[in-house]
Design a protein around this ligand. Structure first.
Ligand code: GDP
Ligand code: MG
Length: 684
């Protein structure tokens, strides 16, 4: 059965039509009896209230659909850059993807980002050029932009017939047949029609290019091609499947999801060209005891392993979405979580359909299911067989870049705000929360203004909390410049009890990113039972940097020594000593302020470009590329996030609303001492 399974994402730039495509897929596969429309707020995949009102997809929903005796697990991923973490998580567990491209604009910035993620996670894909019913749509131009912007050999396997409202049919270049999607039946039962003479030349050229290319890839096609024989469509499809599996070709399909044109062939292409879990490479992991890396193949009889890629708070029962890599799971099974070193008991194994679910008696490798009953497992954790433990690569999440102050309107809501924020943070690793004990306010951090805004709306709608929020600000970080060492000793009597602890730590600057696991030097005398407490105290201390109070980052902490006196050793003693030792070590190392840098891409008609570039220069942007695409100009580069607040408004007025603009996190940079003052930040 595994060869008949596909784990697929639908990915694209925002507004390319992912949700519309997904809804059509539900309709044609018979899962939904009526067709949802984004503009009516009735879509099934965007089931969260927040998504319906905004008409964008925020949380990926997993859904299972049948097609041609195959099972397709479909993940509708968010396209907005603020939710890029959601996309990254999904990529990790997908084998294939349908890249939806806007037929008017071609490949847009977010698709490029997603493409890089797909390449990183070996996700194979097909492309669907959508919205070909719109004025100005151009299929071959979109194919060209796929080639140019993604650097992949994009190859049309279809050709659209007609344009604007007259676009209702397409040619299948592999079978050399044309199909019409009748308007009256909402595109059901596509009808075969003759290939019109008017496109015979174009179709002929595209088809021979396609055959030639497949002949280069495939021996069977090559022979037939040499002999001048007609190659059966099945042979061509097999050859294309192998090329897609190797990642050398990107087949491109066409259609207009809103007009119900071209969706069933996308499902056919998913089945025909995208890999099953059996064809995916074995998953990488390491042994939690020895740290030795090894790989695990997709074997239902092997020991169990699964990666949790999403945790979702749910009114009835919390859901843990997992991808199973080996072995089987049944309700009642006990699974081991190597990170927390605890067993989880699975209550139910569910197959998810947008917001309804079916309970399963068993699930095996390659499957994506939701588990209930798990208490300690979060996004990125592995669940495995206790006697054959494996840790699957942990997901890496970027540091948040925007922060905001939140407080309840009624102080009686304080506790509810705490538990609600903690819940939201547990669900989303790119959303951080921290309470300021002095002011009673909360500092929340996320990947963008929209990201934070959505959390605020969820606090209101789902948790019924009225909150007061501050202006969004740049989420600065503090990072050590050099190396430092600190030692602290606590030795006193507290309320009649002896309290002792002594800790010595070293810090040094590390590659950019959150603080990695704390290291322990061989022979360190701190007794093992106090080590978790020391590690916790160190990570709490690191939340507030010594210079401005921003969290520490890009920092490696090693506990190198200490003391132990079994008669007086105490948890509190070690925790206090650890915090003090870290403070000393960090101030010895010296601290710099880091600020988030964003890559930007702005697209606008040529006449507005000089104004836009002038504005970017005044914002200290580093402009890396200016390119032309017909009448459009595109400028890209990097710029400190600090300068980009309010930029959307400026850009709108500079371009009479005709520019499009995207930002994505591109790491952190050191703020110079000169800049500190101009931002109202002074030495403490
Ligand atoms: P997503 O952001 O990628 O999920 O895109 P949506 O599916 O939400 O679509 C964005 C907008 O484009 C919606 O208003 C859709 O109705 C519209 N849209 C989607 N597909 C098509 C299409 O094929 N033709 C036209 N004209 N509009 C479309
Ligand atoms: Mg959507």
């Amino acid at each position: 059965m595994l060869e008949r399974l596909r784990n697929i994402g639908i990915v694209a730039h925002i507004d390319a039509g992912k949700t519309t495509v997904s809804e059509r897929i539900l309709f044609y596969t018979g899962v939904e009896r009526r067709m949802g429309e984004v503009h009516e707020g009735s879509t099934v995949m965007d089931w969260m209230e927040e998504e319906r009102t905004r008409g964008i997809t925020i949380t990926a929903a997993a859904t299972t659909v049948p097609w041609r005796a195959h099972t397709i697990n479909l993940i509708d991923t968010p396209g907005h850059v603020d939710f890029t973490v959601e996309v990254e998580r999904c990529m990790r567990v997908l084998d294939g993807a349908v890249l939806v491209v806007n037929g008017v604009a071609g490949v847009q910035a977010q698709s490029e980002t997603v493409w890089r993620q797909m390449v990183r996670h070996h996700v194979r894909s097909i492309a669907f050029v959508n919205q070909l019913d719109r004025p100005g749509a151009d299929f071959l131009q979109a194919v060209k932009s796929l080639r140019e912007r993604l650097g992949i050999e994009a190859l049309p396997i279809q050709f659209p017939l007609g344009s604007e409202r007259g676009f209702r049919a397409l040619v299948d270049l592999l079978a050399n047949e044309a199909f019409e999607f009748p308007e009256a039946t909402l595109g059901r039962d596509p009808r075969r029609i003759p290939v019109p003479d008017s496109v015979a030349d174009e179709v002929g050229v595209l088809r021979s290019e396609l055959l030639e290319r497949l002949a280069e890839e495939d021996e069977e096609c090559f022979q037939a091609f040499l002999d001048g024989r007609e190659i059966p469509p099945d042979v061509l499809r097999r050859a294309l499947r192998r090329a897609v599996g190797r990642g050398t070709l990107l087949p491109v399909l066409c259609g207009a999801a809103l007009r119900n044109v071209g969706i069933q062939p996308v499902l056919d292409a998913v089945v025909d060209f995208l890999p099953s879990p059996l064809e995916a490479p074995p998953v990488d992991g390491f042994d939690p005891n020895t740290h030795a890396p090894f790989r695990r193949a997709c074997d239902p009889e092997g020991p169990f392993s699964a990666l949790a890629f999403k945790w979702a708070a749910d009114p009835n029962e919390d859901l843990l979405y997992v991808r199973i890599y080996s072995g089987r799971v049944r309700p009642g099974d006990k699974l081991f979580n190597p990170r927390v070193k605890r067993m989880e008991r699975v209550a139910r194994v569910l197959r998810m359909h947008a917001n309804t679910r079916n309970a399963l008696t068993e699930a095996g490798p390659g499957e994506i299911v939701a588990l209930t009953g798990c208490k300690f497992t979060t996004t990125g954790d592995t669940l495995c067989d206790h006697d054959a433990p494996i840790v699957l690569e942990r997901l890496v999440f970027p540091d948040p870049v925007v922060s905001q102050v939140v407080e309840p309107r009624n102080s009686s809501d304080r506790d509810r705000l705490r538990s609600s924020l903690e819940r939201l943070a547990f669900e989303d690793p790119s959303f951080h929360v921290r309470e300021d004990e002095e002011t009673g306010q909360w500092l929340v951090q996320g990947m963008g203004e929209l990201h934070l805004e959505v959390k605020q709306h969820r606090l209101q709608r789902e948790f019924g909390l009225e909150v007061q929020i501050g202006e969004p600000r740049v989420a600065y970080r503090e990072a050590p410049i050099g190396e430092g060492r600190g030692m602290a000793r606590v030795d006193r009597v507290l309320g009649g009890t002896k309290v002792f602890g002594a800790v010595e730590v070293e810090v040094r600057s590390a590659p950019e990113g959150p603080i990695s696991e704390i290291r322990w030097r061989e022979g360190c005398p701190i007794p093992p039972r106090f080590r978790p407490g020391v590690a916790e105290a160190l990570s709490i201390e690191a939340r507030v940097g010594p210079r401005f109070g921003f969290p520490l980052t890009s920092l490696e902490i090693e506990v190198v020594g200490g003391e132990s006196h079994p008669d007086r050793d105490s948890e509190i003693g070690f925790a206090q000593a650890a915090s003090a030792a870290l403070r000393t070590a960090v101030s010895e190392a010296g601290v710099a302020l880091l600020e988030p840098v964003m890559s930007f891409e702005i697209e606008a008609p040529a006449e507005f470009m000089s104004g836009i570039i002038g504005e970017l220069n005044s914002k200290h942007a580093d402009i890396q590329e200016v390119s032309a695409d017909g009448a459009l100009r595109r400028v890209s580069g990097t710029v400190p996030l600090f300068h980009m607040f309010g930029h959307a408004t400026t850009l709108r007025s500079l371009s009479q609303g005709r520019a499009s603009f995207s930002l994505s996190p591109a790491g952190f940079r050191r703020v110079t001492e000169g800049e500190l003052e101009s931002r109202g930040l002074v030495w403490s």
